[in-house]
Design a protein around this ligand. Structure first.
Ligand code: ADP
Ligand code: MG
Length: 293
């Protein structure tokens, strides 16, 4: 990726909502044969909502919302927004955590009302030797089969609840995948989310290859592995967790609706956050360089 923050729009590119960092980007754009798509915020809207709270036997649902909501209120993650907004809507107000830390790609941890609270992937709990009781494991499996993301809540060393959140696939994503395929590119879905959710999104937009449950720092390794196979890789992403992979890819495309870190790391910005512009950019580059394939 080009180490400059200067965005240069070519005339036609700017019309299509594509900003290019420099003319040298066109050459790599022409060559790519594989396109890695981040899920949350790229293929999906990233605007999640809290759909359900499953509390363990003997656990109070309002307490789950209060403690989890308080902690997630300090995080910018789309899942965190959904949990905090859902909790605020139900309770009206949330306590302020005494301590808070992000655990990238896994969730958040902190102290609320004197309790050590964790909110995030089941793996976050498993890493601390906690497991879901049977009734929560069942709720989680059913929710994930339905294509929802689940988040586990624990405090004082015990798993207490599973929250269900969901995110909608962007209306333009399936058409974008068709256009990318029509240009001869192989699409791949890459996400930190769980496999069942990732597969349901992939199915909805027509992607066959799915790489799920990848930690933020490992996304760049997925790009490197594809490059080692001789592929020329475009990566499309929006999050802080995509920045390293965007920089390493032969072509990094950032969602203009995403984080500054992603935009800085990319070679190209899709201003409107419309994935179809990724296909437009590649077609435009090939045409500009006189090599339509
Ligand atoms: P993606 O790769 O699709 O953009 P992320 O790497 O940002 O997704 O997140 C991966 C998963 O980690 C999420 O689906 C969620 O389960 C969990 N997660 C990350 N941050 C949080 C958080 N603040 N609260 C709850 N869960 C989180
Ligand atoms: Mg994302």
């Amino acid at each position: 990726a080009t180490p400059t923050a200067l965005l240069v729009g070519t005339g036609r590119g700017a019309q299509l909502g594509i900003l290019i960092k420099g003319p040298e980007v066109l050459e790599s754009t022409r060559r790519v044969d594989t396109v890695v798509l981040d899920k949350t915020g790229t293929v999906t809207t990233g605007r999640m909502t809290l759909l359900a709270v499953h509390a363990a036997d003997g656990t109070d649902e309002a307490e789950v919302l209060r403690l989890a909501g308080a902690l997630e209120h300090s995080s910018e993650h789309p899942v965190a927004r959904a949990v905090a907004d859902g909790a605020l809507r139900k309770l009206g107000a949330l306590p302020v955590p005494e301590d808070f830390a992000n655990v990238p790609g896994l969730g958040v941890q902190g102290v609320v009302e004197g309790r050590a609270v964790l909110v995030g992937r089941e793996r976050l709990l498993a890493d601390r030797s906690m497991e879901l009781p049977a009734e929560l494991a069942r709720a989680r499996a059913a929710a994930e089969d339905a294509g929802r993301t689940t988040v586990a809540v624990a405090w004082d060393g015990e798993a207490r609840a599973v929250l269900e959140v969901a995110d909608a696939v962007k209306e333009t994503s399936a058409e974008a995948v068709r256009r990318l395929r029509a240009l001869g590119l192989t699409p791949l879905l890459l996400t930190g989310d769980n496999r069942a959710v990732a597969e349901s999104v992939a199915r909805a937009v027509g992607i066959e290859e799915v790489i799920a449950e990848v930690l933020p720092q490992d996304k760049v390794e997925v790009v490197e592995r594809l490059q080692a196979e001789g592929r020329s890789v475009a990566m499309v992403g929006d999050g802080v967790n995509d920045a390293a992979a965007l920089a390493r890819a032969d072509l990094g495309l950032a969602m203009g609706t995403g984080t500054d870190a992603a935009i800085e790391a990319g070679d190209l910005t899709l201003v409107r956050g419309d994935l179809r512009a990724a296909a437009d950019a590649i077609r435009l580059a090939r045409r500009t360089l006189g090599t339509i394939r």
